[in-house]
Design a protein around this ligand. Sequence first.
Ligand code: ATP
Length: 363
Amino acid sequence: MAKITLDGLRHSYMPDPKGPQDYALKSLDVEWQDGGAYALLGPSGCGKSTLLNIISGLLVPSQGRVLFDGRDVTALPPDRRNIAQVFQFPVIYDTMSVFDNLAFPLRNRGIEESRVTSRVHEIAEMLELTSMLKMRAANLSPDNKQKISMGRGLVREDVNVIMFDEPLTVIDPHLKWKLRSKLKELHQKVGVTMIYVTHDQTEALTFADQVVVMQEGEVVQIGTPVELFERPAHTFVGHFIGSPGMNVLPAELRDGAAWFAGHRIELEGPITPGEGRHEIGIRPEHVSLAEAGLPGRVRKVMDMGRYWIVEAIVEGSDKTRVAAMVQSDPTAVGDAVHLAFRPDQTRLYRDGRIATTRQGGNA
Ligand SMILES: Nc1ncnc2c1ncn2[C@@H]1O[C@H](COP(=O)(O)OP(=O)(O)OP(=O)(O)O)[C@@H](O)[C@H]1O
């Protein structure tokens, strides 16, 4: 196992990149602690696979270094990095038994047979594959095949990191949550550094202790699921995580305060100095329908079972919709309402990045 450091990483697939737009990875400095459970979360095309391939050694970055426990491995090929990878589709030998599939990575490394047997049984037990050890892998269901793929990574005791690249893609929806919680449990048992790549927020948030959120070749925030939800450092994180995502409202700064649609908005704390495009961010969970607040008109009401999502257009705004999550019987489309924002949950963003400091706290 190892701490993995990405130092000043940039990557372009073009021979002669001209500007940031030509880079699949723009500039990355990330430290993955030994034994951590990480998710790498972002939409399609944001650079997740590029980053994974650089860590595994399939791709040499245009600039920057990859360090394992401080040792520069940037030029080392994949087979010298001791990394296990689990892909979208199960990679197994159909003609072999489940036991032999799990034993393969160990036998390949010359591990003595008694150790192979005990380790295979240990991992099969964790994955609930014990009763299938003698069966031919070809006869198993897709989720069991994917479990074998995972087992082939987990069985090795010499790995620096196990990387999962969208591993639940081929799994039936009702089995996904089962495998996901299994993986989390396995991480706690084996303690190997794991990086789980996904574009699915539920998968990322349930698996990881730390989530690395990427957008357009950049890491926009690294944090615990709670941190990402409660205080997004970037509007992209606020919008991408949560259902529905954070309200992002156009804002202007005047007299040292933030204004939206002609209304002064109270923020969580002081605004950091700087210039740029300003937006106010507040999650629907912290917007309520009240006696006083921003005047607006309801455009949509969605019954979510245990709560309602009300979307209203604020008077004086250019048709900007604000979503509120309400617990009590809501109003109907066309009603006049007042929207109240919880000040300690209302933040200012400048060019996408958080630009308020918390009252009595840090940025
Ligand atoms: N071999 C390649 N040659 C040229 N451009 C590439 C290559 N691989 C990826 N790209 C580009 O680099 C950018 C990042 O792609 P990457 O596959 O790393 O993203 P991703 O987040 O893994 O997406 P997905 O979830 O769809 O796999 C994209 O703009 C993509 O088109």
